[in-house]
Design a protein around this ligand. Sequence first.
Ligand SMILES: N[C@@H](CCC(=O)N[C@@H](CS)C(=O)NCC(=O)O)C(=O)O
Length: 231
Amino acid sequence: MAKSDVKLLGAWPSPFVNRVQIALNLKSVDYEFLEEKFDNKSELLLKSNPVHKKVPVLIHDDKPICESLIIVQYLDEVWTSGPSILPSDPYDRATARFWAAYLDDKWFPLLRELRTTEGEEAKAEITKKLNEGSILLEAAFIKCSKGKGFFGGERIGYIDIAFGCFLGWLKAVEKIAGLKLVDEAVTPGLAAWAERFRSHEAVKGVIPETDRLVELAKIIQARLKAQSAPK
Ligand SMILES: N[C@@H](CCC(=O)N[C@@H](CS)C(=O)NCC(=O)O)C(=O)O
């Protein structure tokens, strides 16, 4: 597929964009990356995703596809020559979609909340929920990986991509909050998986450096504070 056929509207710190980049790399798809600025979104983004006005948007032969998980499924269906991302078994596929939805609807919002919440009691409550989440995800890893290295078994699959794209922000929040949310002593499967995932060829260089995200988090936090300060 020629490079000009595929464009990705994205932003470097977005885990949802990183998710699509990992899937594109797995499928060895050449693409053009168009960096968006949230305070000055391009006409192309507004036209391509008029409903949410968010990245990522994949543009394939001038057709826009929005929402990262939908894009990953689209890539899997169109680039069938590359390694499969979704499992072939319907039950395994349903399970993979279930965990991806859990990660987006429950787990990641908690991680974001921990980053922005102030007050020790509130933080402890969120940390407790995230720790419960880690235990659930460890059990899911043991079940789905069937003794292999990834949720997808021997290869990176749908849950790996859905979860792995958050590993940069996970490390950044751990650093900001001074705690471990995926701890080798508590969830050894997940801890080893995270290392394995980050060093995979399709992932290397995609997930931003922890310190870069920590710096960005400080800027976002300062902006939030300024916005909520009495005028
Ligand atoms: N559910 C969406 C989430 C995408 C999303 O939240 N994108 C953020 C960046 S991480 C964005 O574009 N924010 C811009 C804005 O809210 O104005 C997906 O999976 O693609």
